[in-house]
Ligand binder design. Sequence first.
Ligand code: GLN
Length: 487
Amino acid sequence: MSPTQGTGRADRAHSAGRTVVDIAAAVANGSLSAVAVLEENLAAIAARESEVHAFNLVTADRARERATQIDADVQAGKKVGRLAGVTIALKDNMCTRGVETTCSSKILAGWKPPYDATVVRRLADEGAVFVGKTNLDEFAMGSSTENSAFGPTRNPLDTSRVPGGSSGGSAAAVAAGFATASLGSDTGGSIRQPAALCGLVGVKPTYGMVSRQGLVAFGSSLDQIGPFTTTVADAALMMEVIAGHDPLDSTSLPQPAPMLTGELSKGVQGMRIGRITDMPEGSSPDVLAQLEAAFDALRAAGATVVDVQMPSMLYGLTAYYLVAPAEASSNLARFDGVRYGLRVDAKDLNSMYGATRAAGFGDEVKRRIMLGTYALSAGYYDAYYGKALKVRRLIADDFAQAYTKCDAILTPTSPTVAFKFGDKTSNPLAMYLCDVFTIPTNLAGHAAMSVPFGTGEAGLPVGVQILAPALGEAPMFRVAAELERAQ
Ligand code: GLN
């Protein structure tokens, strides 16, 4: 079957070849060759990448070398890692030594980092094969991947629609069978929303659980790296590899990676699942119908559904669009034409800064830098940034209150299924509203994930979001596995 034909989860898993768990086991025991796995992905890329544009760069030669080495290690009886031969695509805001890392921005074009991000090293140490660097909204600012300086990515399930964003390339790469799994980054929803729109599992770990070292910073108090996979078990395994303390990231939690694969068969008997009674309005009926079906499935599996309130949820969006741009305006100040990528020469230093940034940054990035600089400026700090921090506190308090009554909360991941190109580009506020359900958990620093659950308008996948407290990955994965079984 061609990757365009699949609609259900099983079809997509088929079009993506095999799962992470299956490949790692089969390559390690010599029954499947890493080169064969890679060649399947490269064939899918050759067939459809010109239409989908998931990648900024495909690293086929490096990947072939790596896969050949893994097969040789297996033949020689050497111990190979937990991800032997698993093909992985990396969002192009993660540093890869000697391999161009652009953040889909002209300002970084041509920049080759001198080191690998911690997550990249951890995956490589376990035998992963990197296929390439994926497209994103410039500097991860957006919800549709239409803000990339190198052109948009298309949703492989329907190429007239967006894959979501900002990690749209990473989602599209897995959905199209270009890689078995991928990594994205999530500051306000950028893993969960594209996972929902492309019919994948996407995880935003607890803040500090996965190292940010080597991730080009957007909003440093919000950013987390996480996986895209076709199954919940694959996501659990990927998390076990990438999570855990990293002395190179000062915000990294001082504890080892959680063991999640063992949670998946435990079921949800006796668990309490929260339903937000004052949830922000505006979700489409097809999405809400699947959310109800998800509650029913968990009830049928022995969980209790309890009502919880999140009065501050709606204000999360406003607070986020002050906190995230404020942090971005500070983080992006390093792109000055001196240290990285593009430089536009001018008569003096200040004019060079101005000319480089004018040419190098796209409209959305400029908008965020201006919003953030304004929110932080003397005289406005208390009214804007200071107030946003207070709302952030209220959101954490609301969650703390809700989690006295439940172990996890279900919401839609995105208010709608994948939308058409251009639908929201002329209205930044409409685009920002895509993240109404995903943002609050970033502000609180908690765990969250999206799992595909049924289909909506035009047969497109719907994602259900599971929210859990900080370090609540284990119960969260139990719920995710149950929702997957229920389909
Ligand atoms: N869509 C949100 C934004 O534009 C979130 C992006 C993200 O999580 N990187 O900021």
